[in-house]
Ligand binder design. Structure first.
Ligand code: ATP
Ligand code: MG
Length: 596
């Protein structure tokens, strides 16, 4: 009896300790963390391959946890479209990805060969990614909703050798274009149980996996071995194929820990699809290296479903994007009122500027803010962030990660880029190119890659400001910024102000050529549930803009049911503009909701 009681007491003490430890974020003293940070120390947090065999992303993400005795922990909770729920442990994920690595070896896939995926968020996709990385093939994920043309273009651009897909997608998108992709040797498909006959010239996933051993020794991996090939979102033009190396896992791990506050055992949900870099860096790599249990939801965005997942799975860390947040705001507060979301500890956002209104809404609904962070496909990981332990300034992207040097640059009279010290002046956001997940090239486009580097900096193509306290504020993409009446205006600022009007759910802002003013500002707005567009509302919004924005106010405002967005959820202002001016639409392969 005594023993039992003292065991309960010990158990409670341990739990309390765990809770207390949890309450303290990984990063408590930002300044100190910046001063003391080194990539060597970060490297020491990972294990490396046994016997000094280098650094392999999949080993750090999965195998080492099994080696260290955590194989039983759930790595993935998979939620199927039709209500299925499957848990996959680290041990199981390790064996499955071993098998797939073995399959690739059997197919003659060599180090550096490109293995593509075209699939929804099914468990096999994650096995494929990790298996390819173990085998040191490059993994290149595509959005499953891409039509045949973008698929063919990307497969050819990266000279795909293997494609992993599903039978349904194969029939609908791939079969007809196969002879247009000369490098593609193997297509592995997850069968559709309703179709008994496998398509010609394909390999069946289940058969191939059953025939492969689950023993696989990862070969020594030079950290500079290429690992991931990602196509950018195509927000500003034709998507580029940026590639990364295995060493990128260091950035994934550290940023997952410091910027997203991932702690071993957390339940974590990154809502991004692996077709977008966020869905791999923070939907596969960072969560697994930090040994969390990650939620993978196969279904598409749905406010009711999302709130249910947050509640039922007791999600602690949630990483999503402004477009989803705005859609949740648009859906109204009723859906969330009855939910117990007490488990939520940290909420992050990325992909687009996060409107201050969205941060304030989050305080109201969740009692805590969204933490915005900034990065790009090219940077491979989070570069600037709002940290759990720091005050969030709504509308700001936060401060640079420890280990990252960020600056605002302008070209000087000497033709070189110089840092801007004035906190009120904007300029190009640039980074010192010295962190592990920096891309190593645009596939087959050396010239474009080289153009990103100048005077010792990596230039992001985004304009920003840095305030006195070192917080960065997004102004706009260099391509989207509007020059009107002698001022430079970032669409985001105008959009954020328009969203303060109670009727406005989303806004997209462009510069429109005008014979008198040169350029005027035009806004397209969508409305909250229950609001109706009318001439009166239009007038009211024009007045609201003038009152709050002065010279930066939209001179024209039109209603739109929804704004054109990329599949990763970014507003495509270039498309709003092309449509407004009747110009060619350019590359629309990443446009959401359309098949090309
Ligand atoms: P493309 O390069 O093909 O035009 P893209 O730049 O949208 O597409 P990504 O690499 O997915 O492709 O996106 C990176 C860009 O997204 C950044 O350069 C920036 O413009 C924007 N972005 C990401 N996070 C934020 C953020 N927190 N605040 C503001 N902008 C952001
Ligand atoms: Mg870009």
């Amino acid at each position: 009896m005594h023993v039992a009681l003292s065991m309960v007491a010990t158990d409670m003490r341990i739990r309390k300790e765990i809770d207390e430890r949890r309450a303290a974020p990984n990063l408590t003293d930002y300044e100190r963390a910046c001063e003391t940070f080194s990539w060597e120390d970060a490297r020491a947090e990972l294990d490396g391959l046994p016997g000094g065999g280098g650094l392999n992303l999949a080993y750090e993400a999965v195998t080492r946890h099994v080696v260290n005795g955590h194989g039983e922990q759930t790595a993935i909770v998979w939620l199927g479209k039709r209500g299925e729920r499957r848990e996959i442990s680290y041990a199981e994920l390790d064996l499955l990805s071993n098998r797939f690595a073995k399959v690739l070896a059997g197919l003659g896939v060599q180090r550096g060969d490109r293995v593509y995926s075209l699939a929804g968020r099914i468990p096999e996709l994650y096995v494929c990614a990790l298996g390819a990385l173990k085998h040191q093939a490059m993994f290149c994920p595509l959005f499953s909703a891409f039509g045949p043309e973008p698929i063919a273009e990307r497969l050819n651009l990266g000279e795909a050798k293997v494609l992993f897909t599903t039978e349904r997608l194969y029939h609908r998108r791939v079969a007809a274009l196969r002879d247009r992709i000369p490098t593609l040797e193997h297509v592995v498909i997850v069968a559709d149980p309703k179709r008994p006959k496998r398509p010609d010239a394909t390999l069946d996933w289940a058969e191939a996996m059953a025939g492969a051993s689950s023993e696989y020794d990862i070969a020594d991996t030079d950290p500079e071995t290429p690992s991931l090939l990602h196509f950018t979102s195509g927000t500003t033009g034709t998507p580029k194929g940026a590639y990364h190396v295995h060493e990128a896992v260091l950035t994934h791990h550290v940023t997952g820990k410091l910027a997203l506050d991932l702690q071993p055992g957390d339940v974590y949900w990154c809502t991004a699809d692996p077709g977008w870099v966020t869905g791999t860096s923070y939907g596969i790599s960072a969560p697994l290296t930090n040994r969390v249990t990650m939620i993978v939801d196969e279904a598409e965005f749905d406010p009711k479903r999302w709130y249910e997942i947050l509640e039922e799975e007791r999600v602690q860390v949630w990483y999503t994007a402004p477009t989803a947040i705005r859609m949740l705001m648009k859906a109204g507060p009723e859906l969330v009122r009855s939910k117990d979301l007490g488990a939520l500890r940290f909420m992050g956002s990325v992909g687009e500027p996060l409107n201050p209104q969205a941060v304030l809404w989050a305080y109201e609904i969740f009692g805590k803010p969204f933490h915005d962070n900034w990065w790009q496909t090219e940077t491979g990981g989070i570069m600037i962030a709002n940290y759990a332990s720091m005050d969030v300034k709504p509308g700001s992207m936060g401060r640079p990660m420890p280990g990252i040097t960020a600056a605002i640059l302008r070209e000087g009279d000497d033709g070189r880029m110089h840092e801007v010290d004035d906190p009120d002046r904007d300029g190009e956001l640039a980074l010192r190119p010295d962190w592990p997940s920096l891309f190593r090239g645009y596939w087959n486009n050396e010239e474009r890659y080289r153009a990103c580097f100048r005077d010792g900096w990596y230039l992001s193509g985004d304009l920003a400001r840095r305030d006195e306290e070192g917080y960065f504020w997004f102004v706009g993409r260099a391509d989207d910024v509007i020059k009107s009446a002698g001022h430079l205006i970032g669409p985001f600022e105008v959009e954020s102000v328009m969203m303060k009007h109670p009727a406005v759910a989303e806004a997209g802002v462009i510069g429109k050529p005008d014979p008198v003013a040169g350029t005027i500002i035009k806004a397209f707005v969508s409305l909250h549930a229950g609001q109706r567009w009318s001439e009166e509302l239009q007038k009211e919004l024009l007045g609201f803009g003038r009152k709050n924005l002065g010279t930066a106010a939209p001179r024209e405002i039109d209603f739109t049911e929804s704004l054109p967005k990329t599949r990763s959820g970014k507003i495509m202002r270039r498309l709003l503009k092309a449509r407004e001016l009747g110009l060619p639409e350019g590359d629309t392969s990443t446009l959401e909701g359309e098949e090309h």
